[in-house]
Design a protein around this ligand. Structure first.
Ligand SMILES: Cc1cc2nc3c(=O)[nH]c(=O)nc-3n(C[C@H](O)[C@H](O)[C@H](O)COP(=O)(O)OP(=O)(O)OC[C@H]3O[C@@H](n4cnc5c(N)ncnc54)[C@H](O)[C@@H]3O)c2cc1C
Length: 421
């Protein structure tokens, strides 16, 4: 059996794999990218039909190419994003091989490098970059069991309102996905219940500037660690319908029933914790804190941006918040579908090296693992808040390419022949 030899193998050709390829090429590191499906597959087939980027086209992109055929302030559709990465890979002539699954990576014994089993044969590589995505394996809590008459799906399986059986829908999780899906269903005339946990809720725009701009100018995309107590907080933001601030009170005003966090199910009724008002208050505090920081920045720097008092208006508490439902009989409420917008985990079972913590999370420093030659890219907070997002991963890839080429220099070093000096 012939074995292919490569210097650096990148696993996955989403945005992380494409960015990695660009920087490895620039650093002169020969490499191969293997992708089990197509370039940017997740944007094509694992997200709902109407999804657009959370950030505007000027922001959610790589430095080397603008989104074609759209204004900088529009929000690219998921197809436009996938097309963008395909075009980008072509532009940089990335050596990507699609349709090849990486099944295992094992360290050589007694020599450097790794043996990589793929669906297309064996490869030997000195370095392996896992760019397989942080939003990879859907998390569906085992909460609603023994309810075969209620269809349950993860947000990755949701496509559009017509796909769902008639009747009310319960969406669990109010990050960007859950909130956007719930609102889409509400606008399609569905009765919608939304279970809202702790969240951040930035303004879509303030004083005429998008929140992506504010987070950038205030240095927040570059924050190295989440603030205390915010490690698991989801962020509710949307670029849908031109982009707007997510406001749970407005959604309740339009007829959506808000609920606290779902905690248990007795076969008929789902129980919710009493934390709804607290979760909304926390989201409001996060929202107001950003407005305050923005105002402070404007004042300190004498920037001419229009005042925006309307942004500080918080609507009164809707009835479903003042008198929260703590137990809901799903069938009596006419709920036929439960959509879990409860996030993702990762699967590195193919990476057979001892660099994971007890929860299976990679141990690393800015993507460089303790096992020489193994790197990670696209992890949340890999080096900063922006790391798992389109623009952030590009910068992390640059750092990894630097690390890989620096290590190569050590490998290539040979002492000079002192006797000839
Ligand atoms: C609903 C949703 C909306 C988002 N919206 C935005 C947004 O608007 N802006 C933004 O900046 N970010 C957004 N993100 C976050 C992030 O940008 C995306 O999740 C993005 O897809 C991550 O890119 P990635 O390359 O790290 O991983 P992925 O896109 O997941 O790519 C990983 C690739 O690896 C391949 N792969 C996995 N395992 C193997 C294997 N063993 N062998 C071969 N190939 C393999 C997969 O097929 C996949 O194509 C969003 C995330 C979600 C879930």
């Amino acid at each position: 059996m012939s074995i292919e030899i490569v210097d650096t193998l990148v696993v996955g050709a989403g945005q992380a794999g494409v960015a990695m390829s660009e920087h490895l090429s620039k650093a002169g590191v020969s490499h191969l990218v293997l992708e089990r499906n197509r370039i940017a597959e997740r944007w094509r087939t694992q997200r709902w039909d109407s999804l657009v980027a959370n950030g505007p086209a000027w922001h959610d992109r790589f430095p080397g190419m603008a989104f074609p055929n759209m204004g900088p302030d529009s929000f690219p559709t998921k197809e436009a994003i996938a097309d963008y990465f395909e075009a980008y890979a072509k532009q940089i002539d990335a050596p990507i091989r699609c349709g090849v699954d990486v099944r295992s990576v094992e360290r050589h014994i007694g020599r450097s490098g790794f043996r990589v089993e793929t669906s297309d044969g064996v490869i030997e590589a000195q370095n392996v970059v896992a760019a397989t995505g942080a939003f990879q394996v859907p998390i569906v809590p085992e909460l609603v069991s023994n309810a075969p008459d209620i269809v349950q799906m993860h947000s990755t399986q949701y496509r559009n309102p017509d796909q769902l059986a008639e009747g009310a829908v319960l969406v669990i999780g109010a990050g960007s996905s859950g909130t956007q899906i719930a609102e889409e269903l509400l606008l399609a005339g569905r009765r919608v219940y939304l279970s809202v946990g702790p969240h951040d809720r930035p303004p879509r725009a303030y004083r005429g500037r998008d929140f992506c701009w504010w987070l950038g100018i205030l240095g927040k995309w570059d924050a190295e660690t989440p603030g205390p107590g915010t490690e698991h907080v989801t962020i509710a933001v949307s670029g849908a319908r031109g982009g707007y601030t997510i406001d749970f009170r407005r959604l309740a005003g339009q007829g959506m029933t808000l609920l606290g966090r779902a905690v248990s199910f007795d076969g008929a009724a789902l129980a919710f914790s009493e934390d709804l008002a607290q979760n909304l208050a926390r989201g409001d505090a996060n929202y107001m804190a950003l407005l305050d920081e923005a105002d402070d920045y404007v004042a300190r720097n004498g920037i001419d941006l229009p005042e925006d008092p309307e942004a500080r208006r918080i609507a009164p508490e809707p009835d479903c918040v003042a008198n929260p439902i703590l137990s809901l009989d799903l069938r009596q409420a006419g709920i036929r579908t439960v959509i879990w917008a409860t996030g993702f985990t990762s699967d590195y079972s193919w990476l057979k090296v001892d660099i994971f913590d007890e929860r299976g999370r990679p141990k690393h420093q800015r993507g460089v693992s303790a096992e020489r030659g193994i790197y990670f890219l696209g992890l949340p907070w890999q080096s900063r808040r922006g790391s798992s997002f389109i623009w952030g991963v590009w910068h992390d890839a640059k750092h990894l390419a630097d690390c890989i080429s620096t290590q190569r220099k050590y490998d290539e070093y040979r002492p000079s022949n002192r006797s000839g000096e």
